[in-house]
Design a protein around this ligand. Structure first.
Ligand code: SAM
Length: 213
């Protein structure tokens, strides 16, 4: 795995462009500047890995656009040692960003080959989120509650299990909608029965799927 000066230069430009697009959390920007995104992609994408675009990662899935990763991460208001659950490991890039920001990361993926590949890659890179193969709809009751929960696939509705597994005061970020576009939504848990909901515009994700592949 080679991370050349050229890659680092492209990454600096990408981080700067994301800042220009309005992301202000410096921890998010510096994680994007530090993490070699080309490691998460097939070698045929090495030259274009630092374009602000999603790319295929196999099995019909995608690594999200860096701006989208940054936007969702900023909405999560990640603090050091936050326990963060990610639904939809995919390539492992988002999990790596959260880990780099000092979070304790738990990430679930429903496609076994993607789960295995991400776990192996991050170990090689010296990042150690806890990866799980399973159905993110159910969350991870054995490890709950979480300070933050991030869903990185388009969800037709908010899975009830995720609301239950969120701490009071915690934040859930989830792209909601079953059509081609989803509305980025942030839910803050005020009490066991009270939730504050805010919407942050349209994004486009692959769908969250209910059963294990
Ligand atoms: N966060 C990823 C990254 O950094 O590469 C990108 C996520 S990709 C847009 C969405 C992922 O969610 C896919 O890998 C897909 O297999 C996964 N997924 C879909 N439904 C799921 C479910 N019910 N539980 C867990 N993962 C799921």
């Amino acid at each position: 795995m080679l991370d050349s000066y050229r890659h680092k230069g492209m990454r600096r430009k990408l981080a700067a462009s994301i800042k220009e697009k309005g992301i202000s959390d410096e921890k998010v920007i510096s994680a994007i500047e530090k993490i070699p995104r080309h490691f998460f992609l097939d070698s045929s994408f090495t030259e274009i890995a630092y374009q602000d675009k999603p790319f295929p990662i196999g099995l019909g899935q995608t690594i999200s656009q860096p701006y989208t990763v940054a936007f969702q991460t900023e909405l999560l208001e990640v603090k050091k040692d936050d326990k963060v659950l990610e639904i939809g490991t995919g390539s492992g890039y988002q999990a790596c960003v959260l880990y780099e920001m000092g979070a304790k990361v738990f990430s679930i993926e429903r496609h076994r080959p993607l789960f295995q590949k991400a776990k192996h890659l991050l170990e090689q890179m010296g990042y150690f989120p806890k990866f799980f193969y399973g159905d993110g709809y159910k969350g991870l009751p054995a490890y709950a509650p979480f300070d933050k929960i991030l869903v990185t696939a388009g969800a037709p509705e908010i899975p009830d299990a995720l609301l239950q597994q969120l701490k009071t005061g915690g934040i859930l970020v989830i792209p909601l909608g079953s059509g081609a576009n989803q509305v980025m939504t942030r839910i803050r848990k005020l009490s066991d029965s009270d939730f504050e909901k805010k919407e942050y515009g349209n994004f486009r994700f692959v769908p969250l799927i209910g059963k294990k592949a």
